[in-house]
Design a protein around this ligand. Sequence first.
Ligand SMILES: [Cu+2]
Length: 197
Amino acid sequence: MSPAHSVDLAFWYILGISLVLLLGITAVMVIFVVRYRRSRHPVPGDIRDNLALELVWTVIPTLIALSMFYMGWKSYISLRTVPEDAMQVEVTAQMFSWIFTYENGRESENELVVPLGRAVKLNVSSVDVVHSLYIPAFRIKIDAVRGMTTYAWFQADEQGEYDIQCTEYCGTGHSAMTARLRIVPEQEYLAWLEAEE
Ligand SMILES: [Cu+2]
């Protein structure tokens, strides 16, 4: 499963459980308010030392919380595990643009072009302040820090154009620090790679 897919799965799983709990708790609350109102039940029942009840309300929420952790953990692992055959692109952040450097030395500014169907590893750094590389379409977001290299990876199985944004406030030009990601067929990518800028 692709990282983007497993991130989405974790999101929908947690949202689904939240909805079930919201509706369930609200329904039980309304029923209790009506059924056990003071005019009908002036003396409340004593439910202390109900071992079965205590076990149920401890074990079930624990299992639910652990399963949510498991879904998040699995998507995190897939985001951090880069396929061995991934192509590498160096990403350099600066106030206020993105420089992409390819394996053959070609550079492009604010435009990341990658071939369809190949894993792409982005090695991210900064020449000045802290920036953050964000590609929402592929659910990846990683800080760009001077003096260290961080990474993210993705694989596109469809042609398309997507937004890249800086998501760490880095100065007055921060809001304009955007770039485009273009996914093109392999042949078009190779032609682009060899073309002069
Ligand atoms: Cu920035």
